[in-house]
Design a protein around this ligand. Sequence first.
Ligand code: GDP
Length: 455
Amino acid sequence: MSTIAAISTAPGIGGIGIIRMSGEECFEVLNKIFIPKNKGKIESYKIKYGKIVNSENGEEIDEVLVSYFIAPKSYTTENMCEINSHGGIVVMNKILEQCLKNGAVLAEPGEFTKRAFLNGRIDLLQAEAVIDVINAKSSIEAKASVNQLRGTLSQKINSIKQKIIDIMVDIEASIDYPEYDVEEVTNEKARASIEDILNDLKKLENSFDDGKIIREGIKTAIIGTPNAGKSSLLNAILDEERAIVTDIEGTTRDTIEEFITIRGIPLKLIDTAGIRKAKDEVEKIGIEKSKEYVRNSDLIIAIFDATKELQQDDIEILEMIKNKNAIIVLNKEDLNQNRLNKEEKILKSGKKVISISALKKTGIEEIYDEVARLFNINKIEIEDGEFITNIRHKNSITNAIKKLEKAEKTMLDNMPIDIISIDIKEALEELGKITGDSVSEDIIKEIFKKFCLGK
Ligand code: GDP
């Protein structure tokens, strides 16, 4: 394979920059542009100090540190080096240019990881985990991705695949040696085994809901009548979490989604304001719109102005959140005229009721406590890593379940065993798509397209 090169650090100016190369001729290319102070032989995982020069005129480009990784013990399993230069854009580009002029080609996005996959060091699941680690928006998501990268999920899928292969071997044997009349025994054994596999797969399939929360955050909407304090509460939450707020473009023009982490729990706050925008435009969030938010959310924070008696709209809001994960917030406690804390309709709602002042930022912590209690996300067993966060994986698992259920039914109908083996084989292929051993070139391309350059 060709020798590839790319700038691996983020575009822009930084303290240091890293230019990475991988391929058979990596060290030959490096030799033409790097003059190390210590001319001794290179060793894996060792660093040399020296300068990168223009190979044509010897002009010094930068003072650098180069680390060496000798095949097969490298990220890609090929010879690799990483040139640590100063982090200026011009300098990094000049070094990259020298690599390219002296025999390397520019790496495509994700090509280093793709090589690690194609060379068999990691499977597709682990390669995908690399992107997830990089893109993780919360520490819990990062932890889940690191587990996947370590191969925990791969091991689980592989053990299920092995069980399917065992069934296939038995079936093949009974087809090849029909005179032994083992078909009935095989059938019984296969059915028990399929049951067992289906159990495992369904557990994984169900784990996707937790996985989705980890990946996408709990969709949270703050609803309430005009002036209840929606924007103020949103701002109070965002202010506190300012450092880790990321704007995600919403699906509609007037909703913005903000990703925040509360007590380690990722929340995707649906900014029903456009709430904040609506304020300026005098347009206020109506009941109809609130209904839509309620429908689409995993968690509702219903906020009421505690200085006022319940209005008809408030009663409708209480009705809307009846069957949802919801927290009732009585706002403006700083005004000391709480008319709602004894309100029957609120007390009977069965939801946690919290008095706050969005303005003075009191009671906000209590909201966080309730979020943590409601979702108790730490219960999700991140440690064992046996859950899925990726829709591609989920689809393959669902398909494999369907195939195995079909096989099971065919067995119950006493169909010939070779017909059953077709479905079983297809189930195996579906699982192979997850780890990447039976996946099409197109899918591989799609997956690595999502990577950044230099990874
Ligand atoms: P929204 O229409 O639900 O978004 O409500 P806003 O957040 O815009 O608040 C409406 C008005 O109530 C504003 O004048 C806020 O300053 C005020 N307000 C919001 N929260 C509090 C609070 O906790 N205490 C007091 N005293 N006023 C508040």
